[in-house]
Design a protein around this ligand. Structure first.
Ligand SMILES: *Cc1c(COP(=O)(O)O)cnc(C)c1O
Length: 361
């Protein structure tokens, strides 16, 4: 049976032209060909990431760099801002790294309240804060500027931001906001196959790293800084994926960032309106909703797994039946990557086709 087209929030659908770009001939990674590839990508990554600082490429999924940010940056104590599966897990990872960690826990579906961050940091002793910009498990988009402004009002506290499911789809002013470590895996908003994560560090983050002991090797930020200065990576990178990244960045810049943001907003609105039309509620409050996926609350009490299964069997589209503890009580539809009004319309028409049989149950 042919594989379904993915409308689940990561990994997402990868286009034929991306696969084609990835079939370019293999090159050695310690030579001029690779340095040229790296140097070509660098300013494009900086443009999309909105920073003049280098952007590094890690051979790992996002968790590699999420864990690395803890290992490299936390010396005293980290505050993990938790509001869903990925942000909650970051607190667990900080503890597993043997670091002092505290968390602020928002209810799933709710954003982080900047005033709670202020009150917690005022207790003192923190040197790092972690934030997931777009919590993919719940469809919450956190108030990035407000939270960072609070963090920046304290001295020597670094802010790490996960933009895995928002990078390139929503504007994030990395340098202007003063984000110390920005990271994004590529299998979500960037529409590449999984396997690499891009990240950028502020000068303050590099300085902090240098005095952190026991950083290991593979995820030592200084290895990325030193190799990056020579247009290279610490260890052998997945060159195939980097060809794919080059292709994607060319496409993104050809589309134009503003157009890309507007397209995601429009498609997101289409999916939201589809859900509201049936009387579903959106899981997250207005003003704090993701622009790259819609997490729909199952207030109609439908059989979500039957919906997912029927849509797949009848139309070969895959949506997601909810993540972790909100599986079944929510379901998720992605509008990340290369979707258009036409392709989202196809999906919503297919959903309209199957919904009567689901509601009748
Ligand atoms: C998917 C996701 C991750 C984890 O990514 P991996 O590629 O599985 O390591 C982290 N954060 C967010 C917001 C995600 O959506």
């Amino acid at each position: 049976m042919s594989k379904p087209k993915l409308f689940s929030p990561g990994p997402i659908n990868v286009t034929a032209s991306t696969y084609e770009a990835m079939s370019a001939p293999m090159i050695g990674h310690r030579g001029k060909d690779f340095e040229e590839l790296y140097a070509d990508i660098q300013p494009k990554l900086q443009t999309v990431a909105k920073t003049t600082q280098p952007v590094y490429i890690s051979t790992s999924s996002a968790w590699g760099v999420m864990e690395a940010s803890i290992r490299n940056l936390v010396q005293k104590k980290v505050l993990n801002l938790c509001c869903g599966a990925f942000s909650d897990k970051w607190y667990d990872v900080a503890q597993r790294c043997g670091k002092n960690a505290e968390k602020i826990q928002a209810e799933w579906g709710q954003p982080i309240d900047p005033e709670l961050v202020r009150a917690k940091l005022a207790e003192g002793g923190f040197d790092t804060v972690t934030l997931v910009h777009n919590e993919t498990s719940t469809g919450v988009m956190n108030p990035l500027e407000e939270i960072i402004a609070v963090v920046k009002s304290f001295d020597d506290v670094l802010i790490v931001v996960d933009t895995v499911s928002s990078f390139s789809a929503v504007s994030v002013e990395t340098e202007k906001l003063g984000i110390d470590c920005l990271l994004a895996g590529v299998q979500k908003a960037l529409a590449l196959p999984p396997g690499i994560t891009i990240f950028s560090l502020s000068p303050a983050a590099v300085e902090r790293t240098q005095s952190t002991p026991d950083r290991g090797y593979y995820f030592d930020f200084m290895e990325f800084v030193n190799n990056g200065a020579k247009n290279n990576t610490p260890s052998t990178p997945p060159i195939t994926l980097i060809y794919g990244l080059q292709h994607k960045l060319n496409e993104i810049l050809a589309e134009g960032l503003e157009n890309r943001y507007a397209r995601h907003e429009e498609l997101n609105q289409m999916v939201t309106e589809w859900a509201l039309k049936y009387g579903f509620e959106i899981f997250s409050p207005e003003g704090f909703r993701s622009k790259t996926l819609v997490t729909i609350a199952n207030n109609l009490d439908i059989d979500v797994s039957l919906l997912v299964k029927t849509l797949r069997e009848k139309h070969n589209f895959l949506i997601n039946g909810g993540y972790g503890k909100v599986k079944g009580s929510t379901f998720r539809i992605s509008n990340m990557g290369d979707e258009t009004v036409e392709t989202i319309t196809e999906l919503l028409d297919a959903l309209d086709d199957v919904m009567p049989s689901i509601i009748a149950k």
